[in-house]
Design a protein around this ligand. Sequence first.
Ligand code: ADP
Length: 400
Amino acid sequence: MTFVMTINSGSSSLKFKLYDMPEEKVLCSGNCERVGEKSGIFTFKYDGKKEVSYPVFPNHAVAAKLVVDTLLEKGIIKDYDEIRAIGHRVVQGGKYFSSSAFFDEDTEKKIESLIPLAVLHNPAHLVCFRAFKEVLPNCPAVATFDTAFHQSMEPEDYVFPIPFVLTEKYDIRRYGAHGTSHQYLAQEGLKYLEGVEHPKIISCHIGSGASITAIKDGKCVATSMGLTPLGGIMMGTRTGDMDPSVFNYVVSVTGKSAEEVYQMFNKKSGFLGVSGISNDQRDIIEAADNGNPRAILANKLFNRRILDYIGQYYVRLGGCDLIIFSAGIGENEPRTRRDVCKALESSLGVKINEEVNAKLRGKDMLISLPESKVKVAVIPTDEEIMIARDAYNMCIKGKQ
Ligand code: ADP
């Protein structure tokens, strides 16, 4: 057995998965929630069972120790040293990382320097990395960046038309996000494109956070999220792209500070803001079914923004062989897929099997009809396996 652990940390959470590599077998997974609060939640899944307990996690180091001790206690590992590598998900790698990197001092420093671009996430990743280093000092670690896959964009796709001195001095540009997911989807999508010479894929990672990426020959050429995950299409609570003057105008008419408006655009907008009901699309669909006009509008707005990007990327790629739907909404919500694909019928010749689509939830499957000019597939995303593969390849396979 070769154990590799993946870690996905947030400011108050720590999600983990333990794999046996290179077989890619998931041995257990779990989550430490409410780190730093008075009461925590610890979920541990293994052997088809799910256990929930409520320990207090004063900090990430305590959470990390509990995770590793639980693996020992359950007999999943016999010794700390059996964990041969850890892969950490890191949200922002800026201009420094176009692939995964060993989590050494230099990587730590660069992640630290990028904190202004990922104020909540990058500090949490560092805290978590240090926490595991304390518990498992001999275990090598790798950082896998959400932004790395998007580093192949050309300047026309990532430069914002602001005074260039700002672009140069502060590295203000499109970095994108969800890169690990889009890369996974690009690789998995190839099974539907046998014999296609230079595959062109548009991947729609649409969950609570949502982004769309144009991929040619396995490389990202354009992506919808911008400097931060606020850009691109409308999301659960984020606006996505708008006329930038909306920001200034909201500040001036409400008297709120720039920071308050920024928080509003990140946390109170999107599905939640338009519908006034919820950030969860399931609630919006239910309300729309009951005739709620703002819920109907929110859904239409969401679909329209997806279509805007598919149209844009169809042109950017010079065509498209495969459109992929993924993440919470893309994998589980047939109506969003149906409505988006219907709207693509007259322009792109997209035709899906509506019966197959209507029943499909969380499974990897082609939903387009053979006569469709563009194939359409649902592919459940798996960012963790990409992280585990990189950690295994760099720390174990590469050293053999
Ligand atoms: P996150 O960006 O937090 O990872 P998810 O990918 O889990 O988000 O997506 C959450 C969104 O997916 C919500 O809007 C939710 O309504 C929608 N959704 C629809 N069906 C499901 C489902 N069966 N499970 C989870 N989310 C679902």
